[in-house]
Design a protein around this ligand. Structure first.
Ligand code: G3I
Length: 304
C-alpha cells in the first residue's frame, strides 16, 4: 500500500485526520485528504457551540459538508464531541441543574439522530476528568448536574443511534496515571452495570520532550482488556526530523500491537493546520509535502 489509509486497512484499521470544513476548498489540503485518509473527525463543526448556537435551533451545514466528503471518499466518520465542558454555546454555559441536564440530553438526541447510521464512532463525552493526582471528575457545569451525567449521555446516544460505537475521549490518559486510572475505573464500572460504552479515545497530544509514555501500549491494552475498542484520536507530536519520525512510528506500532486498537487519527493534515499556535507536530509540512514522520508511519503500517 502507498497511502496511510490503504496501509492501515491492510492491518484491519483506519487512519484518519481532523478536518476543518472551511479548508476543503484548499486544493492541496483536499488532495491530501482524499488520497491518504479513510477516516475523518470534524475538528470543531460537530461541537455544541457549532451545532446548537441557539437553544433548540440546530445547524449542521458545516458538519454535513465534512460528512458528505467522507462519504464521497469512502471514509469513516468519528463524531466529536457531544457532551463537553468546553465549546458550549453561551446559552448552555448559563444553564445549570435540571435545565442544563435536559438541554444536554436533547442535544445528544438531536445530533446523534441527525447523523444516525453515518457515524462509525462518537466521542459521547470528552475530557470529563481532572488533571493531576486526584482521579476526580473535572469541575464543570455538566458535572454539577450530578455524577450520572456521563452515563446518561451514553444511554441517550445509544437510544438514538444504536449502530454507532460510543467512546469516552480524553487527554493525559495516554499512560498509566491517576487520571487514566480514574477513567479505567469508570469504564470498568460501566461494563459491569451495562452502561453502553464501546470504545475509549486516547487523544495523544505529545510534545518533543516527552513524546509518548513508556507504558503507552500497556495502557491501551489494559483498557482493551475491559472489552472496549481503543482508538488514538488526536495524535500530534511536537518535534522534527528523525526523533519525531521515531515517535510517530512508536505510536503507530503501539496501536498495531493491541488487537482492539482499531484506528489512529492525527489532529490535522499539515503543520500549518495544527491547533498548536506554533510548531511542526503533524505528518505533512506547510506545503503539503510528506515529512519523515509520514514515511515512518506509512512504513510502520507496512506500506511503502
Ligand atoms: O470560528 C471562529 C472564527 O469565527 C473567529 O474569527 C476565530 C477568532 O479566534 O475563532 C474561530 O473559532 C476558533 C475555532 O477553533 C475554529 O478555528 C476558536 O476560537 C478556537 O478556540 C477553536 O480552537 C479549537 C479548540 O479545540 C477549541 O477547544 C481547535 O481548532 C481544535 O483543534 C481544538 O481541538 C481540541 C479537541 O476538540 C479536544 N481535544 C483537544 C484538542 C486541541 O485543543
Amino acid at each position: 500500500a502507498t497511502t496511510l489509509g490503504a496501509a492501515a486497512a491492510e492491518k484491519g484499521r483506519y487512519f484518519g485526520t481532523a478536518v476543518a470544513a472551511y479548508k476543503l476548498s484548499d486544493s492541496v489540503y483536499s488532495g491530501i485528504l482524499n488520497r491518504e485518509f479513510n477516516s475523518v473527525t470534524p475538528e470543531n463543526e460537530m461541537k455544541w457551540d457549532a451545532t446548537e448556537p441557539t437553544q433548540g435551533t440546530f445547524t449542521f451545514t458545516s458538519a454535513d459538508t465534512i460528512v458528505n466528503r467522507a462519504v464521497s471518499i469512502g471514509a469513516k466518520v468519528r463524531g466529536h464531541a457531544l457532551a463537553w465542558h468546553s465549546q458550549q454555546p453561551s446559552w448552555a454555559q448559563n444553564l445549570s441543574g435540571t435545565a442544563l441536564r435536559n438541554a444536554m440530553v436533547n442535544h445528544v438526541t438531536q445530533v446523534t439522530t441527525h447523523y444516525r447510521g453515518k457515524i462509525d464512532s462518537w466521542d459521547v463525552v470528552n475530557e470529563a476528568f481532572a488533571d493531576g493526582s486526584t482521579g476526580a471528575r473535572r469541575t464543570s457545569n455538566l458535572q454539577s448536574t450530578g455524577n450520572d451525567w456521563i452515563e446518561v449521555a451514553f444511554r441517550t446516544a445509544r437510544a438514538a443511534d444504536p449502530a454507532a460505537k460510543l467512546c469516552y475521549n480524553d487527554y493525559n490518559t495516554d499512560g498509566q496515571n491517576a487520571k487514566s486510572n480514574a477513567v479505567y475505573a469508570m469504564v470498568s464500572d460501566f461494563k459491569a452495570r451495562g452502561v453502553p460504552i464501546d470504545c475509549v479515545g486516547f487523544q495523544s497530544h505529545f510534545n518533543a520532550a516527552s513524546p509518548l509514555p513508556s507504558d503507552y501500549q500497556a495502557n491501551l491494552q489494559r483498557f482493551a482488556d475491559l472489552g472496549v475498542d481503543v482508538q488514538i484520536t488526536e495524535l500530534d507530536i511536537e518535534g522534527s526530523g528523525t526523533a519525531q519520525a521515531n515517535s510517530f512510528a512508536a505510536a503507530t506500532n503501539a496501536c498495531l500491537a493491541v488487537t482492539r486498537c482499531n484506528g489512529i487519527t492525527v489532529w490535522g493534515i499539515r503543520d500549518t493546520d495544527s491547533w498548536r499556535a506554533s510548531g511542526t507536530p503533524l505528518l505533512f509540512d506547510g506545503n503539503g509535502n510528506p515529512k519523515a514522520a509520514y514515511t515512518a508511519v506509512l512504513n510502520a503500517l507496512g506500506g511503502t
